[in-house]
Ligand binder design. Structure first.
Ligand code: NAD
Ligand code: IPM
Ligand code: MN
Length: 356
């Protein structure tokens, strides 16, 4: 039997609450599947750790994580520690250090999930966002000049390398080719006259290697509109780091809310561990109340199972989430229910038992 070593970073706010359910369900999944088992190691990193130690993770934290097959993370950031410090020292550090340049975020409206669109033809919202996850607007490069002076100027530099731009676009085309889908590129060359002109050129070049994959290209502002008016037009979507961040929260709202939005940070070469985490943050407004929806964390866990090559079981886990939504009985308040985080986790676990 294969043993998969998982580094668990529950993190801040509702992170530990939803990760507890995800781990519970991963354990149950492994027991029921029988081909693999998990070996979980917990890391207490996050904002509380920062307040005690002056850093978000151990100094050699990245080295410690290298030994794992994957990372399972809850959420990072909490009032009391400035967000740009907490995020750059933990979440973004991991994404960058492990070259997790592909951020896969499914925007798929499951049966039973609420959709705010009045005319939404439910079955057909099924987009797969492939967000560039290592550079672009999140390069971290910039400067703060003449601080506090009248001539103060702040620079935040977007960095789009050929290697970084080409590999993410190629990843999207490979994904679309495998599943017979189209690829949509979302950019903004009319205003961003270096980065996005370059992005569009690379998209055009790479597309020539995939003559059978239909392509579309939208400006980001129009794309936001189309996502609401006509979400069915999107299949595989490739976009830059910041646009992908914003549009996947918009997509989450279309497909049941933040409590259902899952993400995988992938290093496709498998040189370093990949990381699985819900799209949402630490939700300070509901933290500690036992009312956070754990389904985004569970869906991310199913992406992890897929990543390890057990796609049949990963799909069963997703089906279990859908069954729970269709039952419309054990749901957290964000989905109109009264159940607690752990009641939802327990119910998914029971459904799994009935399915496998
Ligand atoms: P958020 O995603 O934490 O919350 C936005 C809204 O969605 C809140 O009303 C919250 O209650 C709700 N929500 C989120 N997840 C939910 C869940 N599982 N169940 C039910 N409701 C849920 O975003 P925010 O408030 O902008 O950010 C809070 C903190 O989290 C900040 O420090 C931010 O930087 C950080 N953050 C971290 C990550 C991450 O670790 N990946 C992602 C986003 C934000
Ligand atoms: C996300 C988050 C992060 C991002 C933040 C917390 C740095 O919003 O994963 O979507 O912008 O990537
Ligand atoms: Mn985000």
């Amino acid at each position: 039997m294969e043993t998969l070593k998982i580094a668990v970073i529950p993190g801040d706010g509702i992170g530990p609450e939803v990760i507890a359910e995800g781990v519970k369900i991963l354990k149950r999944t492994a027991e029921l599947d029988g081909r693999f088992q998990f070996d979980f190691t917990y890391f207490p990193w996050g904002c509380e750790y920062y307040l005690q130690h002056g850093r978000m993770m151990d100094e050699d934290g990245i080295d410690q994580l290298k030994a794992f097959d994957a990372i399972y993370l809850g959420a990072v950031g909490y009032p009391g520690v400035p967000d740009h410090i907490s995020l750059w020292d933990l979440l973004l550090r991991i994404r960058k250090s492990f070259d997790q340049y592909v951020n896969i975020r499914p925007i798929q409206l499951l049966n039973g999930a609420p959709c705010p669109l009045l005319n939404g033809s439910k079955e057909k919202i099924n987009m797969l966002f492939i967000r560039e996850n290592s550079e672009g607007e999140y390069s971290g490069a910039g400067d703060w000049l003449f601080k506090g002076k009248p001539e103060e100027v702040v620079l935040q530099t977007g960095v789009f390398s050929r290697k970084g731009t080409e590999r993410i676009i190629r990843y999207a085309f490979d994904t679309a080719k495998k599943s017979g889908k189209s690829v949509t590129s979302i950019s903004k060359a009319n205003a961003l006259n270096y980065s996005m002109v370059f992005w569009d050129e690379v998209f055009e070049e790479v597309s020539r290697d995939y003559p059978d994959v239909p392509t579309y290209s939208y400006l980001v502002d129009a794309a936001a509109m189309h996502m609401i008016n006509d979400p069915q037009r999107f299949e595989v979507v490739v976009t830059s780091n910041l646009f992908g961040d914003i549009l996947t929260d918009l997509g989450a709202a279309l497909a049941g809310g933040m409590g259902l939005a899952a993400g995988a940070n992938i290093n496709p070469e498998r040189e370093y561990p990949s990381m699985f985490e819900p799209v949402h943050g630490s939700a300070p407004d509901i933290a500690g109340k036992g009312m956070a929806n754990p389904l985004a964390a569970v869906w991310s866990a199913s992406q992890m199972v897929d990543f390890f090559g057990y796609e049949d079981t990963g799909k069963t886990l997703l089906d279990a989430i859908e069954t729970l939504l269709e039952e419309n009985r054990v749901l957290t308040p964000d989905l109109g229910g009264t159940a607690s985080t752990s009641e939802v986790g327990d119910r998914v676990s029971d459904i799994l038992q009935e399915m496998i």
